[in-house]
Every structure is written in C-alpha cells, then in structure tokens.
Design a protein around this ligand. Structure first.
Ligand code: ADP
Ligand code: MG
Length: 574
C-alpha cells in the first residue's frame, strides 16, 4: 500500500502522529505554541483526540491518568523550555505512581543548539530524573523507532514515564516516506510468572497464618487482577485491605473488606500477602509500631528491585500480579484449606469495624451548621452511582472521603497518589471523562476537591466546559489548607494589619464562590450551605448530561478527622 507513495514527502509532524497511531495512542493533552502546533494538528488528522489544556502540569496529569485507566500511555504535548518544565510535575507524578506516560516536547532547532536558542534547555538530561527513558531522535527517519521504544518502555517492566524530544526544525522538515523507519505496534507486555518453589512457600505461609491479611495496591488494579484476587478473597475467606487506589479491585462492600479496621489489621496481621503495593509511607514502611516486628510478608511485584524494600520478605514473588495470583490459586485449589470464619482474628477485626463505622455515623448525623466532613460525604455517598469514577484530592477531604465513598470497580479511583501531589484532580477528571465519553457514555466522573486542591488547576474548569464534559466537581470548602477561618474571624483578624504579616499561612479567602469559576465558562454552579442545598445541587448535577457542574459546599472551617490511633506522618509513629 505504501509502495506507490514512496516518493511522497512527509513532514516530521506527520511522522510523529503516524508513529503514535501505530503504537495505539488514542489521546493527547497539551498546550500548543511554537514549535509544536503542527504536531497537534497532525495528531488530530491522524485520528488521535487532542485536548487543549490551560497549564502543562494539568495536561501531563491528564495524560498520565489515561495510562493508568487504559494500560496504554496517553501523550502530553508541550513546547520547549518553560512548557516542558511545567510538565515535569506530571512526569514525576506518573513515574512515582508507576503509570505509563509519553511526554513530547518541542526543543530548540538542531543548528542552534548551545547558542542560547529561544527557550533552550537541557531537556533530555532534565527528563532523565523524572522518567525511565529520555531521548532525542537523531533524524526524522528515526522518529517512529524512538516513539516505539518510548511506548514499549512505558508499559514493560514497572510502568513509568518516557520522554521524546522533538527539535523544532524537525516539525515542518520533509523527507520521503520510503526513507522513514516505520515500525509496527510493540507487543503487549510479556507476562512473567513467579518461581514455582517460592509459590509453594507462599501458599504454606498463608495456610499456617493465624492472622492473615491481603493488601491490594494500585499495581493489582493496573494488572487487571480483579478476577483472580476476588476469587482468592472469596474462595479462601481471607481479609483484605485496599490501598487508596487499590480500592475497587475487590468491591469496598465485600464482607471481607477490613478497610474500616485498617490500623488494627496492619498492626496485628502475622502474614501479609502484598499484591502490588510498596512498603513506603502509605503503608508506614511495613515497620513497627504500625506492623508486628515478626510479620511475614509475601511480596508480589513486577519490579525485582522493589522486593525487600524496608522489610525482608518471607517470600518474594517476582511477576505479574494477575499471573502470580493465578499461580497461588492453582496451588491452593489442590487443597481443601480455607481460612476459617470463626477465628479470634475475624472477631477482633469485626468489632473494630463496627466501632469505627458507628463513630462515623454519629459524626455524619450531626445537624449543626456549617456541616462537618462526615455529613457532607454521607450525602455525596448516597448520590453516587455505583460505577462512577471518583477523583479526589485535598488533605482531610481526600482522607475522610476515602473512608466513606465506596468503590465497586477497579481503576475507578484517582487521587494524590504515591507522590501526594495536589493539583492532579481536574486533569485526572478530564482524562477519565474523555475515556468514558468514548467507551461508556452514561458513566459519570465525580471530582471531590478540597478548596486548596481545587485552586492548583482551577482554570481547567474552562477546559471541561469547552469539551462539554459532564464532570461533577464538589469543592469541600473549609476556607483554608487543613483548616481555615469563618468570615467574621478573618475580617476581625486582618483589620489590624497586612494579611501577609498576620494571617495564618493556612488561611484562604473565606466563603470564596468557587462555583462562579465554573459559571464563568458556561458550566453549572451551586453554592451549598445546608444539607438540603447540597442534596438539591447533587440532584441537579447528576441530571445534567451536557457539561460540567461545580458544587461549592461550605463546611465548618475547623471540622477535622475523627480521633485517630496514630498521628499521620509524625516521626515517632512512622
Ligand atoms: P499503592 O499506592 O497502591 O500502595 P504502589 O504504587 O506503592 O501502590 O505500588 C504499586 C506496585 O505495583 C509497584 O511496586 C509496581 O512495581 C507494581 N506493579 C505495577 N504493575 C504491576 C503488575 N502488572 N504486576 C505486578 N506488580 C505491578
Ligand atoms: Mg480546605
């Protein structure tokens, strides 16, 4: 087919677009400018959906979410120098989360290198720290090969970010099609199995456990291991605990879910099957006092270097989560063993779960105004469809919301993640809404934001309106970071001087009308102070199918988490 077009000249922009299509890339997010405008135009012409964003950071967050949600990387397209530097946040976040991502940036022309060209910057070197692969094609002809390698590297082994640098003069330069080194789509990542002897050992550790626990991480979600992990939990009666983005691999309402007894489950388990989660800060490093000093960890991960981090595993299973879980199931299937339902361990966990649920209920039922977090989330929970994708960020908003809002499906929760990045929410929501629009149009994306978190990428409200995305943003507004002040206190406080010298750094504008940000671009906005106003706003937002809504819910500026057994992140409690 190509034979007759061999002398046909093609531009660098076209080569890039065609190479991305050949690698099955479907979405591109970016901000255009010199020298990348033609790349975005060529990508659209080649059938890639292009979403123009308002800040490269948000564009890169969006592209990274595509990688996690679909298993195939999205592309972030940015200009040179400052454009790329803004995108580094998204690259770092994606790499930390082990999510595939391709970043393409324009860079200075090849004949101006080192001369102080417009926006010149050592881009390939810079990106190395934020990615697993960073390269600049040596010629137009080599572009498809480099793009194939970037896409393949992003999904093989531990997934991550990859960078391809595009010299400005490549974009409009032409070569003959016959000279271009076109490559086919890379094969899907090969599946690796764990060593059978170690699988045996893992099974015997599990069978001898008094107080077993399965931890399900976002690596399990990425591996599409839901079917095998659900079977493992269900058939063998094992308690499980999801990490924040591991939620939904097994539904949160499964009777074996011990999320509401998280601290005690971690603290007392004697054998832990760790499926695609790192023993980093999120899991308190796997160390005392949050874990037993003698806890036996069966660690399953696709990345060999991860095995043994912070805790020496009792069994290291190197391989794909889904494949290894199936290996475990196969061995367990040969026995009649099942973890008994009437153990002391189950009794302890159940007692703790009931007590915690009761505490949340009491807080949620408070009728005083302004509302507290628990009351707000109770109403939000009641209005969420089972299959909605929940995006969430903020401090208390994310932490409390996670405990109340349920996930029933894998890869249906996106949040600040491993890197604890604030500002990801709107980009993630845009990516999720683009995908659901194509694949499951009746599915909704709900973005639950703290007022501070919303501010980082608030201008993406315009993007949501421009693309008519039916996203619902709920801003849980406490007038500040962690805590804020009511209007009266704030006014009193700043009367005596310059806010820069006297206002607490955590304070944000009291009663800010964030809903008007959405209304400014034609979206729907609601201001809610009471349960009734909140419920009405939720009803109206879910009824709206054609564009975004923003519900700005005022809560008590000093509302807090319920009392915790451990203080988050304090050194002495690790
Ligand atoms: P969480 O935030 O849920 O605790 P992490 O991001 O810390 O999860 O850990 C995810 C782990 O999953 C990483 O160590 C990564 O190497 C691993 N991983 C990713 N994909 C796979 C896969 N297909 N099979 C096995 N492990 C995987
Ligand atoms: Mg706040």
């Amino acid at each position: 087919q190509r034979g007759c077009e061999e002398q046909e000249p093609v531009t660098g922009a076209q080569i890039i677009a065609e190479a991305l299509v050949a690698q099955n890339v479907k979405y591109m997010f970016g901000i255009v400018g010199i020298p990348v405008i033609e790349i975005a135009v060529a990508a659209q012409a080649a059938g890639i959906k292009y979403v123009g964003m308002r800040n490269e950071q948000a564009a890169c967050y969006a592209a990274s979410a595509v990688g996690y949600l679909t298993g195939r990387p999205g592309v972030c397209l940015v200009v040179s120098g400052p454009g790329l530097i803004n995108a580094l946040s998204g690259m770092a976040n994606s790499n930390m989360n082990c999510w595939p991502l391709i970043v393409l940036a324009g860079s200075s022309d090849t004949n101006q290198e080192t001369m102080g060209a417009f926006q010149e910057f050592p881009q390939v070197e810079t990106c190395r720290l934020y990615s697993k692969f960073s390269a600049r094609p040596s010629s137009l002809e080599a572009i498809p090969v480099v793009i194939e390698k970037a896409v393949r590297s992003s999904i093989y082994g531990r997934p991550g970010s990859c960078y391809v640098d595009i010299p400005g003069d490549f974009v409009n330069k032409m070569v003959n099609r016959s000279d271009v080194r076109y490559t086919e789509c890379c094969l899907p990542p090969p599946t690796s199995l764990a060593d059978p002897t170690t699988v045996n050992k893992a099974v015997s550790l599990l069978k001898n456990a008094q107080q077993p626990l399965i931890i399900v991480g976002k690596g399990a979600a990425f591996s599409h291991a839901e079917k095998s992990i659900r079977k493992l939990v269900q058939d063998y009666g094992l308690p499980f605990l999801p990490t924040p983005m591991g939620k939904g691999v097994v539904p949160d309402n499964h009777p074996n879910c011990v999320a509401a007894a998280r601290s005690s489950a971690l603290q007392n388990a004697d054998v832990i099957l760790l499926l695609g989660a790192r023993l980093n800060w999120i899991l308190h490093f796997g160390l005392p006092p949050r874990f037993r000093p003698d806890v036996k960890i069966i660690q399953v991960d696709i990345c060999a270097e991860e095995l043994g981090n912070n805790v020496k595993p009792a069994a290291s299973l190197l391989g794909d989560i889904d494949a290894v879980t199936q290996q475990l199931l196969e061995h367990l299937g040969k026995t009649s063993w099942k973890y008994p339902a009437n153990t002391e361990w189950w009794k302890t966990l159940m007692t703790k779960i009931r007590a915690n649920e009761e505490n949340s209920k009491v807080l949620a039922s408070q009728t005083s105004l302004p509302m507290n977090y628990y009351t707000v989330f109770q109403y939000v929970k009641e209005s969420l469809p089972n299959n909605c994708i929940i995006v969430s960020e903020g401090a208390n908003t994310m932490d409390i919301g996670r405990t109340i809002l349920q996930n029933y499906h894998p890869r249906h929760r996106l949040d600040a993640g491993t890197f604890g990045t604030m500002g990801v929410g709107l980009g993630f929501a845009i990516a999720a809404a683009m995908i659901t629009k194509d694949e499951c149009p009746e599915q909704r994306v709900v973005c639950v934001e703290g007022d501070s978190a919303f501010g980082f990428s608030g201008m993406e409200a315009e993007t949501m309106c421009r693309y008519n995305l039916p996203i619902i943003i709920i801003v849980v507004n406490n007038n500040g970071i962690y805590n804020g002040f009511d209007e009266g206190t704030w006014n009193e406080m700043i009367k005596s001087g310059d806010p820069a010298t006297i206002a607490p750094p955590v304070a944000l504008m009291p009663n800010a009308h964030y809903e008007q940000v959405m209304m400014a671009f034609g979206g729907k906005g609601y201001f809610a102070r009471t349960p009734e106003e909140l419920q009405n706003a939720l009803r109206a937002s879910f009824a709206e199918k054609n564009g975004p809504s923003l519900i700005n819910v005022m809560i008590d500026p000093v509302s807090d988490r319920k009392k915790q057994d451990f203080h988050w992140l304090t050194r002495s409690n690790l």
